[in-house]
Design a protein around this ligand. Structure first.
Ligand SMILES: C[S@@+](CC[C@H](N)C(=O)[O-])C[C@H]1O[C@@H](n2cnc3c(N)ncnc32)[C@H](O)[C@@H]1O
Length: 214
């Protein structure tokens, strides 16, 4: 039997979920996650008009919709997912059906682009197991792969945003990110479901660490 405060909490979360779900339907977004990227953008201003952007884990495409509108016709979005993404009407979006662990990823993305990119977004997520330590490890692993690609594709001065779970494995990734970007923040957009452990690491102004040559 739920206590009164638990019931109130459930009712609040339900209404919240309903609110963003209804908003997404009304605004023509493919998922309520659109509002998370809008909130990140409002707070950190990571995307600009004319930017070239890679969106990792893009299906069903709500972040791509938001990013495409911000960058406009002179910008470009490459939406990557291992699952199919329904095509978009916007002409500035290229869809790449691919696992981000594929060794061909960088080559494929470079074929689509004339140069490097301004922003890399990663909302990559796997299935959760219910084992907290394992789930944190898996989520941070996905974020690490996204950063490894970012380090090959991002222009100096570029921005990187990735979904993460906070926990001991995140510490190591965070310290690598802090060496490569001048500003790094962990932030939970208000549109995140109350029941979710996810947060986003927002990394700004990429200044790649130059490795010492032996
Ligand atoms: C939370 S959803 C992304 C939602 C998306 N940002 C949106 O707004 O519509 C996470 C996505 O990550 C993708 N994904 C997970 N692991 C992946 C991998 N190894 N390679 C490519 N995509 C992956 C899933 O297929 C799923 O579509």
């Amino acid at each position: 039997m739920l206590s009164y405060s638990q019931r109130t909490y459930c009712k609040l979360s339900y209404n919240k979920k309903d609110h963003y779900y209804r908003e997404a339907k009304r605004d023509g977004f493919r998922a309520r996650s659109a509002y998370k990227l809008q909130q990140i953008q409002k707070k950190f201003y990571i995307l600009r008009r004319g930017n070239t952007v890679i969106d990792f884990g893009a299906a069903p495409g709500a972040w791509t919709q938001v990013a495409s509108k911000i960058v406009g016709n002179k910008g470009q979005i490459i939406a990557v997912d291992k699952n199919p993404i329904r095509s978009f009407v916007n002409e500035n979006i290229v869809i790449l059906l691919m696992d981000i662990r594929s060794p061909k990823l960088i080559e494929f993305v470079e074929d689509e682009l004339s140069g490097k990119v301004d922003v890399i977004l990663s909302d990559l997520a796997g299935n959760t197991s219910g084992n907290w330590h394992l789930d944190v490890e898996r989520q941070v692993h996905l974020a690490t792969i996204a950063f490894e690609s970012a380090s090959k594709l991002l222009l100096p001065g570029g921005n990187f945003v990735s979904k993460v779970f906070r926990g001991p494995p995140m510490k190591e990734l965070e310290s690598i990110l802090r060496k490569n970007f001048t500003k790094v923040k962990l932030w939970r957009p208000p549109a995140t479901r109350k029941s979710s452990a996810e947060e986003y690491v927002i990394c700004m102004n990429y200044q790649p660490v130059v490795e010492d040559i032996e």
